[in-house]
Ligand binder design. Structure first.
Ligand code: NAX
Length: 330
C-alpha cells in the first residue's frame, strides 16, 4: 500500500475544521487508496484544545480505514513536522469595532509564525492552502516569511466563490450546475472579487448566449456571489462552514489531478505578472494543472467591463499588501 500523506490543518477545532477533517480522513481529497496522517493545530487555549480533543475522539470513533495517525497540538514545530499539505484555516475574524489594521496585525502575527514554522519543518514538497481570512493577504504574509518554500506552492482559496457562481448561473439558466464550466474568479476573496461570466460556459455554450438577461449578469449575479458569505451568516447565524470545507476539498482535489480538457479552475496564486497584475500579489486566476505543475491560463479574453472589475480587485489587494508591508509583516 501507498506511504501516507501528511496533512496539517490549523483551526482544526473550528467550524470549517469540523467538516473538513472527516472528508480528509475518509479519502475525499487524496483518493480511496491514499492513507493520511493528520496533524491538527489549535491555539494554545484550554477551551480550544479541549474541543480539539473531542474532535480527535470523534475521528477515532469513525474508524476510518485510511486514517493512519492523528497528532493534535498547539506547537507549530510539531504541527508542521513533515507535512506535504498545510491547510491554514484558523485565523481571527473581524470583531465589532475592530479596525482593519488591527485585524491585519493580529493575523499577521499568526501567519508570520506559521510561514516560518512551515519553512523549518514541512516536507520538501509541501503545498499550502490558506482558507482563513483575509486569505489572499494571510497567504502573502506566510509565503513571504518562508522564502525557502517556492512561491508556486502557495494558494489561497477562491473555490467557494467559483462554486457559488456556478450554482447561481445554473439556477438562472434552469440547468444542472455540473454543466457550468470555465468559471474564473479573478482577484481577492472579498466583495471586490470578479466572477467572470463572460468566459463561463453552460453546456459548452457561452453563458452570455444561454442567459439573455445581461443586466442580471452584470449586476445581481456579481453582487449575489460577492455577498453570498454575508447572506449565509444572515440566514444561519453562523458563517459558511460545510460549503467552505467542501471548497477546500475541491481545491486540493483539483490541484492534485489533471484539469479536465478545455476547462480551468480558480485559486489565488502568486502573480507572475499575467494579465498585467502586479507580480507577487496573491491573486485568483483561471489556472490549469497536470496535477503537479500548474499554470495561469493565458489568452482568456478580458473586455473593458472585465478589465475594470479586475483592476478594482487588484487595487484592493495592493492596499492590503501595502498595509502589511507598513506593519513590517512582509
Ligand atoms: P471558527 O472560529 O469556527 O474556527 C477557527 C478556529 O481557528 C478556532 O477553533 C480557533 O481556536 C482557531 N485558531 C485561531 N487562531 C489560531 C491559531 N493561531 N492557530 C491555530 N488555530 C487558531 O471559524 P471557521 O468558521 O472555521 O472559519 C475559519 C476561517 O475561514 C475564518 O477566517 C473565515 O473567515 C474563513 N473563511 C474563508 C472562506 C474562503 O472562501 N476563503 C469561506 C469561509 C470562511 O468564512
Amino acid at each position: 500500500s501507498k506511504a501516507p500523506i501528511t496533512v496539517a490543518v490549523t483551526g482544526a477545532a473550528g467550524q470549517i475544521g469540523y467538516s473538513l477533517l472527516f472528508r480528509i480522513a475518509s479519502g475525499a481529497l487524496f483518493g480511496a487508496d491514499q492513507p493520511v496522517n493528520l496533524r491538527l493545530i489549535e491555539r494554545n487555549d484550554e477551551k480550544a484544545l479541549s474541543a480539539l480533543n473531542g474532535v480527535c475522539m470523534e475521528l477515532d470513533d469513525c474508524a476510518f480505514p485510511l486514517l493512519n495517525s492523528i497528532t493534535p497540538t498547539c506547537e507549530l514545530d510539531v504541527g508542521f513536522q513533515g507535512v506535504n499539505w498545510a491547510i491554514l484555516v484558523g485565523s481571527v475574524p473581524r470583531g465589532p469595532g475592530m479596525e482593519r489594521k488591527d485585524l491585519l496585525k493580529i493575523n499577521g502575527g499568526i501567519f508570520t509564525g506559521q510561514g516560518k514554522a512551515i519553512e523549518k519543518n514541512a516536507a520538501g514538497d509541501v503545498r499550502v492552502l490558506v482558507v482563513g481570512n483575509p486569505c489572499n493577504t494571510n497567504c502573502l504574509i506566510a509565503m513571504n516569511n518562508a522564502k525557502g518554500v517556492p512561491a508556486d506552492r502557495w494558494f489561497a482559496m477562491t473555490r467557494l466563490d467559483e462554486n457559488r457562481a456556478k450554482s447561481q448561473l445554473a439556477a438562472k439558466a434552469g440547468v444542472h450546475h455540473s454543466t457550468v464550466s470555465n468559471l474564473a474568479i479573478w482577484g481577492n476573496h472579498s466583495a471586490t472579487q470578479y466572477p467572470d461570466f463572460f468566459n463561463a460556459k453552460i453546456g459548452g455554450k457561452a453563458a452570455t448566449d444561454v442567459i439573455s438577461d445581461h443586466d442580471w449578469l452584470k449586476g445581481e449575479f456579481i453582487s449575489t456571489v460577492q455577498q453570498r458569505g454575508a447572506a449565509i451568516i444572515k440566514a444561519r447565524g453562523l458563517s459558511s462552514a460545510a460549503s467552505a470545507a467542501n471548497a477546500a476539498c475541491d481545491t486540493v482535489h483539483s490541484l492534485t489531478r489533471p484539469t479536465p480538457e478545455g476547462d480551468w479552475t480558480s485559486v489565488a496564486v502568486c502573480s507572475d505578472g499575467s494579465y498585467g497584475i502586479e507580480k507577487g500579489l496573491m491573486f485568483s486566476f483561471p489556472i490549469r494543472t497536470d496535477g503537479n505543475k500548474w499554470e495561469v491560463v493565458q489568452g482568456v479574453p478580458v473586455n473593458e467591463f472585465s478589465q475594470a472589475k479586475i483592476k478594482a480587485t487588484e487595487t484592493e489587494l495592493r492596499e492590503e499588501r501595502d498595509a502589511v508591508t507598513e506593519l513590517g509583516l512582509i
